[in-house]
Design a protein around this ligand. Sequence first.
Ligand SMILES: *[C@@H]1O[C@H](CO)[C@@H](O)[C@H](O)[C@H]1NC(C)=O
Length: 286
Amino acid sequence: MAKGKAIRPMIVVLMARALNIHSNRAGDLLPGQRAIAMISEMIHTASLVHDDVIDGSDKRRGKRTINEVWGERKAILAGDFILSAASMALARIGNNTVVKVLSQVIEDLVRGEFMQLGSKENENERFKHYLEKTFKKTASLIANSCKAVSILVNSDPEVHEIAYQYGKNVGIAFQLVDDVLDFTSGASQLGKPTAADLKLGLATGPVLFACQQFPELHAMIMRRFSSNGDVDRAWQYVLQSDGVQQTNYLAQRYGQEAIRQISMLRPSPERDALIRLTEMVLTRDK
Ligand SMILES: *[C@@H]1O[C@H](CO)[C@@H](O)[C@H](O)[C@H]1NC(C)=O
C-alpha cells in the first residue's frame, strides 16, 4: 500500500498533546490517546479498502488496490479484518465513552457511503445532502477521534466540544479542498486522474455551485454523468462557472471556524501546529 500523508494520526496526536497541556499536564500522550491515533488510522484504512471495492478502483496513489490484487471478496474481508483489529484495540482502552464515540465513526462511514450511492434528493436538498455526506464520510472520523482523546484527559464537556468542533471543521475543509483539487490538480498529482468524482457519477461542491449558474447541469447530475460526453461537458461547465472559487471560499470558512475553536485552548506549540496545519490544509495544491 502506498504511503499517504498520515494527516489523521498527526491531527489526533497534536490534539492530544494540546489538550494535555490545556489540562495542566505534561504534553506526553497517555497510552489510550496513542491507541486512539492508531485506531483512527485503522478505521480510515479499512474504509479505503472498502471504498475501492465500491468504486471498482484498480489504483490508489499509483499502487494496485487490494481488490485488484486479491479480488473483491477478499478485499471486503481484509477491510473487515482491519475493523475487527481496531475494535479489539478500542476495547483494550477500557473506556466505554471512548468506545461509544469511536463506534459512531463506523456508523457514520457506512451511512455516508449509502448517501453517496443514492442521488434522488431534489435540487434544494442536494447541497445539504453533500455537506452531510462529507461530514459522515470524512469529518466524523477526525471529529470523534479528537473528542475521544479529550475524554481521556479532561472531564469538561466544553473541552470535548472544542476538540470535536475543531476536528469536524478541519475535516470538512479538508474534503472541500479535495473536491476542488479533483478539478484543478493535474493528473497523477493526487494519485488519481482529474475529474475522478465525475467519472464515478458524483456531484461535489464545484458541480453543485456550477449548477446554480448552468441549470443544464441538473439533468446530468440526476443521471450521474452516465450519458456519452456528460463528464466532459460537466467539466467544461464547472470551469466556466465560479464553482471552484465558491467551494474554495466555503472551505476557508470551515477552516477559519476550526482555527477559532482550537484557539480557545491554552497556547502551546501543539495548538499552534494545529493552526498551521489548518492553514496548510486550506492552501495545499496536491
Ligand atoms: C473514561 O475516562 C475518563 C478519564 O479517565 C473518566 O473520567 C470516565 O469516567 C471514563 N468513562 C468510562 C465510562 O469508563
